[in-house]
Design a protein. Structure first.
Length: 345
């Protein structure tokens, strides 16, 4: 099984403490559902843009946003497909695994979802590499890193999965687990293409499953994309003889801290406004109610008929959902009679 080598430096401890404090502020702030949906949607869009941009995708943030909302974008087919694939993975993060553990099959499925209809050889999609690849500078031709041999890949991935799910790892901070898994996956380089995207999606999934980012408010990939040379330098900082991950984990934890601090500042502003309007805590919504809010956030409004079709329920049951959301001051009605529809409060 994997046995990561790193030290708890003063910087790592300080960053983990800062991250924990910021996260508590975010999760305990009196946000209304509309804001939660917006924060989640923005984080997913920024992550999809940044993670694909790191690997050469040319779509702008605005174009990625348009794709996320189903609008047409004029761009190269492969670029669009890469972004749509990444969006699909992040939007279905709660369904990528069947439980709270990550399996080898899950990793292969994530890679398949991320690379579908984008690889030159479709048989490389969701399967380990059957030919040797190196990591190099496309412009200079310089070889930056030589990953393990093909035949070593299945065993190394199995070791990584076993470590992530182990009792020993449960004692580690979620940030460190995600950071170690991110690096080790990049080091193994199990696929012909799409390794970076899969590594970053895996780190995001680990944070989600361990309860760190269940609301998906945080976009870590922005940090990597803001200074790509620094990202690659941090990955290359690991001495291949000692496999000391300390410098990489300092970099990784700093990225999480910066990402969370940005969300915290925005949440504090939103919460202050909310508290001025009403002295109440967070509004707890059911999964069905959150889906209704997301539908309105995307479409602008919703009708009783929309709700009936969404959940395959009766008109009476749909009105029960509507009544509950109105009482919570989440939505309000517009129009009259058959033309009645509902928007966010």
């Amino acid at each position: 099984m994997l046995n990561p080598n790193f030290r708890y430096t003063n910087k790592i401890v300080r960053l983990l403490t800062k991250i924990s404090a910021s996260r508590e502020i975010i999760l305990n702030s009196p946000l209304i559902p509309k804001w939660e949906v917006t924060l989640r949607r923005e984080a997913i869009i920024r992550s999809a843009h940044s993670s694909t941009s790191i690997e050469g995708n040319r779509l702008s943030l605005d174009q990625v946003s348009d794709l996320a909302f189903g609008r047409e974008v004029t761009a190269i087919r492969k670029d669009k497909q890469e972004v749509l694939n990444y969006l699909k993975v992040l939007e279905n993060l709660d369904r990528v695994t069947k439980g709270d553990k990550i399996t080898e099959k899950d990793i292969l499925n994530i890679h398949r979802m991320l690379t579908e209809d984008t690889l030159e050889n479709p048989s490389d999609c969701g399967t380990y590499r059957n030919r040797y690849v190196v990591v190099g500078n496309r412009i200079t031709g310089e070889i930056i890193f030589r990953p393990p041999e093909n035949e070593e890949v299945p065993g190394l991935v199995k070791d990584l999965v076993e470590w992530v799910n182990s009792e020993e790892t449960k004692e580690l901070d979620s940030i460190l687990v995600a950071g170690i898994a991110h690096y080790e996956f990049v080091r193994i380089h199990p696929f012909v293409d799409g390794n970076g995207r899969t590594a970053r999606a895996l780190a995001t999934l680990i944070l989600y499953l361990r309860g760190f980012d269940t609301k998906q408010f945080f976009c870590l990939d922005d940090y990597y994309d803001s200074d790509r040379p620094a990202y690659y330098r941090a990955l290359q900082s690991v001495d291949q003889r000692t496999w000391d991950l300390t410098d990489w984990l300092e970099y990784f934890a700093e990225g999480v801290a910066i990402s969370i601090d940005a969300v915290k500042e925005r949440v504090v502003r939103l919460s202050s406004e909310r508290l001025r309007k009403a002295k109440r805590g967070q509004i707890a919504l059911s999964e069905r109610q959150m889906q209704i809010v997301e539908f309105i956030n995307t479409a602008g409004k919703i009708t009783s008929g929309d709700i009936q079709r969404m959940f395959k329920i009766s008109r009476q049951a749909a009105h029960k959902e509507i009544k509950a959301l109105i009482e919570l001051e989440v939505i309000k009605s517009q129009g009259e009679g058959r033309a009645t529809y509902y928007v966010l409060e």
